[in-house]
Design a protein around this ligand. Structure first.
Ligand SMILES: [Zn+2]
Length: 182
């Protein structure tokens, strides 16, 4: 939950420690609130406490996502991402408008406008593209990796060892570049 993404270079930016602690605290205080008697003075006080914490967490998160997206937009001329149906996914899992997702949607929104401001590009590669099944070295399609619990695999064709997400990121980059130059 605290990893924002993995990129094709193997970078895994994570939310900073102070954010994780604030989010854990928010969860604890929300749980406390849910156990308090409705209409009680304590519950009212707790509600305000939770609201303040909630805003703090939301702001820290936004700051982090702005910083990360700014950094990437500065360094790269073109960024390729998988166009995950995050909205559909979060609705199905009832995460709705919760702050407890990893901020991917907000991050890609920031990234897109920051890139465009600099005359650069965000390329979205369709979800139908089987990025985690294709060996980024030889192109072999390994359907066993459909299983999400497989975090790493050796290509049965060329023997290359793959971190699932890094291999997928390399495929997304290659597919994005193919689309750009097609
Ligand atoms: Zn291979």
């Amino acid at each position: 939950m605290y990893e924002l993404y993995k990129d094709s270079n193997g970078n895994v930016p994570c939310y900073p420690g102070y954010y994780r602690r604030a989010e854990q605290k928010l969860k604890r205080e929300q749980r406390k609130l849910s156990l308090m008697q409705k209409g009680s003075e304590n519950r009212n006080k707790q509600r305000i406490k939770v609201a303040i914490l909630h805003e703090k967490v939301a702001n820290q998160r936004k700051d982090f996502l702005h910083k990360q997206s700014r950094q990437i937009a500065t360094v790269y001329d073109c960024v390729c991402i998988e166009n995950l149906a995050m909205q559909a996914m979060s609705q199905a899992l009832h995460f709705g408008k919760s702050v407890f997702d990893n901020g991917w949607g907000m991050f890609t929104t920031f990234l897109q406008y920051k890139l465009e401001e600099l005359g650069k590009k965000l390329i979205k590669v369709g979800k139908f593209f089987a990025s985690s099944q294709i060996c980024s070295c030889c192109g072999y399609k390994n359907t066993e990796t459909k299983n999400l619990s497989i975090r790493a695999w050796d290509c049965p064709n060329c023997g290359t060892y793959h971190d699932r997400d890094v291999n997928a990121a390399i495929n997304i980059r290659n597919e994005g570049m193919r689309l750009v130059f097609a």
